[in-house]
Design a protein around this ligand. Structure first.
Ligand SMILES: NC(=O)c1ccc[n+]([C@@H]2O[C@H](COP(=O)([O-])OP(=O)(O)OC[C@H]3O[C@@H](n4cnc5c(N)ncnc54)[C@H](OP(=O)(O)O)[C@@H]3O)[C@@H](O)[C@H]2O)c1
Length: 310
């Protein structure tokens, strides 16, 4: 399955969260292939292709969705955008539950619904899995992120019940130079202040931006994909290895470990669930579908993302 080689026939594809890190890369790729992309926007539309919606208020005009072949749903408040206060946790959860619920219920009532809804989720579904290798058959873990991911996936039920093929890419840490986790790490690492987080023994399940876009693309066009699909590279690494490889690619030392207590003091609960939790996720569904990763190893991915030659 490598849809990069033979682009499929042009389709009308709706995208929520199209202004985000992953959404903007996906929209670029789909438009380059000649598809008609219609972003769902929370601000007033600026061009004819855009469709207004208000997920917080539960507002979306079903007539605007008629004629779509597929929907990719990426919208949600940024998980790593700030300390998890009780209010922020409510917003993180509600933005996903409400947005997904509204979209799924609206799609379900269409006269001609699209064939597929690709609705994002995250590897956070599994919780802290320590040394265990987990694939899509594993159950959800304990904690805030697993709970959010369960709500998020369950909210798509009306679309599934209406007969749409629903795909949930459980996305790992997306590696991109200009956004997400890697962009946050670059400044300290470039200053030589990079180091492992906590013990550094925790597993990180990562994926390059290009590859996550290809997974979403496959979700739209490959009819064999349905249900949860782990969107990660086949080679998870421990945090200390990630640290060493990033230092090597940048040509900087990585001798400044950040102890767990300091991380907790800095960002609170987010430290345990996002930075210190161990996630060794296997992309079983993608492997079974013959998915071809462009960046299957961390060093290759970081060199490509950061434009650094070997
Ligand atoms: N990046 C990662 O490493 C990663 C890992 C796992 C899972 N994911 C998930 O994949 C999805 C896309 O990720 P991303 O990195 O592209 O995220 P992002 O850059 O934060 O973009 C998410 C988009 O969602 C919309 N949005 C923001 N706040 C919202 C709110 N309160 N309610 C509804 N919509 C809101 C915005 O688009 P508009 O302003 O255009 O509406 C925003 O551009 C997210 O749901 C994210 O949780 C990402």
């Amino acid at each position: 399955m490598d849809t990069r080689e033979t682009p499929p026939a042009p389709r009308t594809i709706l995208v929520t969260g199209a202004s985000g890190l992953i959404g903007s890369a996906l929209v670029r790729r789909l438009r380059a292939e000649g598809h008609r992309v219609r972003p769902l926007v929370r601000r007033p539309p600026r061009e004819a292709a855009e469709i207004a919606w208000d997920p917080a208020k539960g507002w979306l005009d079903p007539r605007e969705l008629e004629g779509a072949d597929a929907v990719v749903h990426l919208a949600g408040e940024n998980i790593a955008g700030g300390r998890w206060t009780a209010e922020r946790k409510r917003v993180l959860d509600e933005s996903r539950r409400r947005g997904t619920g509204l979209l799924a219920a609206t799609l379900a009532q269409l006269e001609h619904p699209p064939a597929v809804l690709v609705s994002a989720s995250a590897v956070g579904y599994y919780g802290d899995t320590g040394e265990e290798v987990v694939d899509e058959r594993a159950s959800s873990g304990a904690g805030f992120l697993p709970e959010v991911c369960r709500h998020w996936e369950a909210a798509a039920a009306p679309a599934r019940d209406a007969g749409l093929r629903v795909v949930h890419p459980r996305i790992g840490v997306v590696l991109a130079a200009d956004g997400g986790a890697l962009a946050k790490m670059l400044t300290p690492f470039k200053l030589g202040l990079g180091g492992r987080l906590g013990s550094g023994r925790q597993w990180m399940s990562w994926i390059s931006l290009d590859d996550v876009v290809s997974v979403l693309h496959a979700g739209v066009f490959d009819e064999r994909l349905s249900g949860p699909v782990n969107a990660v590279a086949p080679t998870p690494v421990r945090n200390d290895e990630f640290t060493a490889v990033l230092g090597r690619v940048l040509g900087r030392p990585t001798v400044a470990p950040v102890p767990a207590f300091a991380l907790r003091a800095l960002v609170g609960e987010l430290a345990d669930e996002l930075l210190l939790a161990s996630l060794r996720v296997e992309p079983r569904a993608l492997e079974q579908a013959g998915f071809a990763w462009e960046h299957a190893t961390l060093e290759g991915a970081l060199r490509a993302v950061l434009h650094r030659a070997a």
